[in-house]
Design a binder for this molecule. Sequence first.
Ligand code: PLP
Ligand code: COI
Length: 339
Amino acid sequence: MENIDWSNLAFGYMKTDYNIRCKYSNGAWGELEVSDSEYLSVHMAATCLHYGQEAFEGLKAFKGKDGQIRIFRMDENAKRLQASCEGTMMAELPIEKFKEAVVKAVKLNERFVPPYESGASLYIRPFLFGTGAQVGVNPSTEYMFILFVTPVGPYFKGGFQTTPFVIMREFDRSAPLGMGKYKVGGNYAASLVAGAKAHDLGYSNVFYLDAVEKKYIDECGAANFFGIKNNTYVTPKSSSILPSITNKSLMVLAEDMGMKVERRPVPVEELATFEEAGACGTAAVISPIERIDDYDKKISYVFSHDGKPGAVSEKLYHKLRGIQYGDEPDVYGWVTIVE
Ligand code: PLP
Ligand code: COI
């Protein structure tokens, strides 16, 4: 086994041993196939290449102190992929086939699941796309589902540390009746220019407002937003953001910790009232926000003066990670142990 520096992994791609593939044609999904190739051969007129008929997911597997591997809430990712397929007129992969592919890929690449002590995890990337040739704007009749895994460290530099975000009104990520609620590649292509500008300006990511009025908070790059005040967990309700499985889990944990949970439109000015703020997602876990600069209005909303996360964010982070790594009991049935 090559020497992998588990504790210093970035959030990036590393080749692993096997990926799982499944084809859809003649109205039916075939059997799962195991491949050791990182490449695929695709028709040059495939709908994924021209008209963005593509959707993906992201979930993680964790190795516990007990050596067992736990996969977090994969049924939720399976359902969300189906929703993304519905939104792009692609064939939906059955939930059971999705779960079977996840478990198979984790088992076949077990040597790439980072050890408990490293704090790293195995990122699982399922994706589905149209492979049939079309020149007119029509859905494909053929699809391919692929799932690969790769060991990853923290998404934002430094891991559980605060970073700054920026509001820039010159960019929208998605529209209220558009595709923001689906996990489709086009949404990420639409965020690249804004993301590069934010990085150039020294920010970890873009903080998006609603595209219509620029009045309400949407989300933070590839993560949902939450704010904490008066023992309340506040998170935006919006039709243009991705329904985050991490956020859904944190809402449950916050409530069980005795906090109030509010999911509602959050006006941007309300940022001034939060005691803590964070970005949450599979890759981001909880990434506490140091400050949000409103680039156009020249206002800064500051949440941390010493670079440290707030006490509530810290508690939520440890609770979530505890369940994922098996340090805490899985009372919600969120974890699948790989046998
Ligand atoms: N929002 C966007 C745009 C994302 O890409 C992600 C990542 O999946 C999230 C939010 C967080 O969702 P989840 O917690 O399900 O990973
Ligand atoms: C995730 O959190 O799984 C993501 O997909 C974020 C990003 C890498 C797109």
